[in-house]
Design a protein around this ligand. Structure first.
Ligand code: 3H9
Length: 694
């Protein structure tokens, strides 16, 4: 039983044009009801002598967001819009796409909102495409560990050429209507793609074309078809950078077959590879993340209606974080005042903002006009009085409790009672920071990740007194500036850094026991991280941790020894590695130093296997995740996964630490933790939370 067809595809005929308007759910996901209704409406339009052309329309928000992801649950080889048993009356998406392409009368797609995945594949099978100016078009399947499965890998190159097609398919990024027009993905951009004039023009264009089916358009691929290997060469660098190397490889194979062999052979390879990816654990992991990210937007107790409008914002601190946060706010059109204590620090911070913008202009990721508009929204000040009329202030000052308390007290005195106050602290207690303010209820944490203008994660820290308005405003602002907010509770390091600390301690311990930085880093990179812990440490600088440890009276013997030798990381040209510029190489001096520290600590060094290194790095942090869940610091396992994928580059195709634990088996993780606890005598490694009973 599905929704009545006429409710999800509205049909009206005027002046010989049948308008088929999809309105299924919020984003026109192409589930079985919509596919069935669309196929039936097309059949009727084909048979109706009064109909000379068809106009396919969606909703303002979405033409269509693609295949219905919720139909992908099964791991059967033949699933989800790709032809399921028991769905005899609903065509699979490929059949629907073919029905459009082979339709006996011109079909025009009028694209409003998003046309993604199967939605764009449907539009590409139409004989002409008109997009609204704000439309976004893309094939994001790779972000779900998939490849386009309804002809996208063979049709897109025929419209935009192999180079642009590979870039869209391998990054999964969508393009604007203007870019789509420039590249040939759409034929026209019109304020109202359903307007009679736009449609008449599109029909005329179709009738003027010798071959109107996308499958017959060979001109854009002719060159690559004549020179086998071109697709592989064009894909080269992008293949290496793809977030899901397995899906990327599969997509390139399908694109190559569609160009170098034939359209039909391309479809065959695409179908085979799509099914293979759909059944893969890498895709299951990324579909889990898609759902987890959306679930994380609905934390318990969040009332989105309680969010206050943020018309202006303040940032305290013009360091790397403050500047990045200011840029992130300004890029969403929010005017920001950056307050610093010293003129020199303020100037340095604003110069850095200018430099970052200049880099993005030179890389082509931002136009000069955009950069100038963004910059004009950022103002510097040395006076808290200048944030007296803002709706939200984010403090990003030095990580020192006294400093932060002082800033909050000063802010509390000048801002109006409904202004929300946030701290970007990465470790400190929001409750203690809020303690000196009159209105603790308006204080929360907004923990950004460096570089804040780039990294997508924000941990939204709910303090004991944080009220509904502060929480909702924090979450809404993070989303408005394009970040992924995850609500967490108060503890040292919150979710991400608390788990990272556990991993760092293990990494240090592995060096003492016999490993070298190069081996440890390689093991994590083989797992899929972009960087290992020691490369990361060298990039961030080792001296801050060293100073903090000295203040706290704790030690990390290897890292301390490096710092004592003046090796602070990349900035001093030496850390765990030696550097020529940013390129690190292994350094015999580091090995000598590590061996010496092991000796001083009375540890007999031994060979450690890659498998042990991986487990020793990952399982204790997973265990910390289990504690975090048990304490209610994170609401769901999926929240922790989202934090690690978005904030710490955990490979998305491995689903996040807790998903991974489920994948290797909770029983196995628990057993290995017990083993390592016994081996090292470290009782903190004993399984905790849900792992304790596994
Ligand atoms: C594909 O097409 C395969 C084909 O090549 C081949 C097949 C053979 N299905 O994100 P939002 C839900 S693969 C089902 O909160 P926004 C979403 O879960 C697909 N549901 O809003 C949410 O539900 P809830 C390729 C979907 O404005 C609600 O819609 N397509 C789908 O921030 C609102 O979504 C993609 O990967 C879907 N396809 O963003 C596109 N899409 O309210 C995936 C959304 O219960 N979608 N939902 O939590 C997106 O990128 C964003 O959702 C979109 C809207 C940009 C559309």
């Amino acid at each position: 039983m599905g929704e009545p067809a006429d409710r999800i595809v509205d049909v009206s005929v005027a002046d010989g044009v049948a308008r088929l308007t999809m309105r299924s759910g919020s984003v026109n996901a192409l589930g079985r009801d919509l596919r069935r209704a669309l196929a039936a409406a097309l059949d009727r339009a084909a048979a109706d002598p009064d109909v000379t052309a068809v106009l396919l329309l969606g909703q303002p928000r979405a033409f269509s967001a693609g295949a219905d992801i919720t139909e992908f649950k099964s791991t059967e080889p033949e699933v989800a819009g790709a032809g399921q048993p028991g769905q005899a009356d609903a065509p699979d998406l490929r059949a629907l796409v073919a029905q459009v392409e082979d339709f006996p009368k011109p079909v025009i797609a009028g694209i409003t909102g998003v046309a993604l995945g199967g939605g764009l594949e449907l539009a590409m099978a139409a004989h002409a495409r008109i997009a609204a100016p704000e439309a976004r078009l893309g094939l994001p399947e790779i972000t779900l560990g998939l490849i386009p499965g309804a002809g996208g890998t063979v049709r897109l190159p025929r419209l935009v050429g192999p180079h642009r097609a590979l870039s869209m398919i391998l990054t999964g990024k969508d393009v604007t209507a203007a870019d789509a027009l420039r590249d040939g993905l759409v034929d026209a951009v019109a304020e109202d793609p359903g307007a009679p004039r736009a449609v008449t023009d599109a029909i005329a264009r179709v009738n003027a074309l010798p071959a109107r089916r996308t499958r017959d358009r060979e001109d854009r691929i002719a060159e690559a078809a004549a020179a086998p290997g071109t697709v592989e060469r064009l894909a080269g660098a992008a293949l290496g950078k793809a977030k899901d190397p397995f899906a990327a490889r599969a997509a390139v194979d399908a694109v190559a077959a569609g160009i170098e062999e034939s359209f039909d052979r391309g479809l065959e390879v695409e179908r085979e590879k799509f099914q293979e990816r759909l059944a893969s654990e890498e895709s299951a992991a990324q579909r889990h993340l898609f759902a987890a990210e959306r679930a994380a937007r609905r934390p318990a107790g969040l009332d989105p209606e309680a969010a206050r409008p943020v018309r202006r914002a303040g940032v305290v601190g013009a360091g790397t974080m403050g500047g990045g946060i200011a840029m992130a706010l300004a890029s969403a059109g929010i005017p920001v005042t950056v307050v610093e204590a010293e003129r020199s620090a303020l100037d340095r911070g604003l110069v850095q903002v200018d430099k970052n913008l200049a880099v993005s202009v030179s890389r082509g990721s931002r136009s000069e006009g955009d950069a100038a508009a963004l910059r004009s929204l950022i103002t510097g000040s040395l006076d808290y009085g200048d944030v007296a009329d803002v709706d939200l202030v984010i403090e990003a000052a030095y990580e020192d409790l006294g400093v932060k308390q002082g800033i909050f007290a000063a802010l509390d005195a000048v801002v109006p009672p409904d202004c929300i106050l946030a701290s970007n602290t990465s470790y400190l207690s929001i409750d203690v920071i809020a303690a000196g303010t009159r209105l603790r209820s308006r204080v929360l944490g907004l923990h950004f990740f460096s570089p804040a203008n780039v990294m997508p994660l924000v941990e939204v820290v709910r303090g004991a007194a944080t009220d509904a308005a502060a929480l909702a405003t924090g979450v809404a602002t993070a989303r408005r500036i394009g970040k992924t907010p995850v609500v967490v509770g108060v503890c040292h390091g919150f979710v991400g850094n608390r788990m990272l600390e556990v991993r760092s301690a293990q990494a240090e311990q592995l060096l003492l026991e016999g490993a070298l930085p190069g081996q440890v880093d390689r093991v994590l990179k083989d797992f899929g991280f972009r960087m290992g812990p020691f490369e990361m440490g060298d990039m961030a600088g080792l001296d801050i941790g060293w100073r903090n440890r000295k203040a706290e009276g704790t030690t990390a013997p290897v890292s301390d020894a490096l710092c004592e030798a003046g090796r602070f990381g990349q900035k001093t040209g030496a850390g765990y590695y030696a550097y020529d510029g940013r390129e690190g190489r292994e350094d015999p001096e580091v090995e000598r130093l590590i061996v010496e520290v092991s000796h001083t600590q009375g540890v007999t060094r031994r060979d450690l296997s890659d498998a042990e290194i991986l487990e020793r790095l990952l399982f204790p942090m997973i265990n910390e995740g289990a504690r975090i869940l048990a304490e209610g610091i994170a609401e769901r396992a999926g929240d922790i996964d989202v934090i690690w994928v978005k904030g710490y580059n955990w490979p998305a195709y491995r689903g996040g630490p807790l998903w991974y634990a489920g994948h290797v088996g909770h029983g196995y993780v628990a057993e290995r933790l017990r083993h390592y606890a016994e081996q090292t005598g470290d009782a903190t490694l004993l399984p905790a939370g849900f792992l304790a009973g596994a």
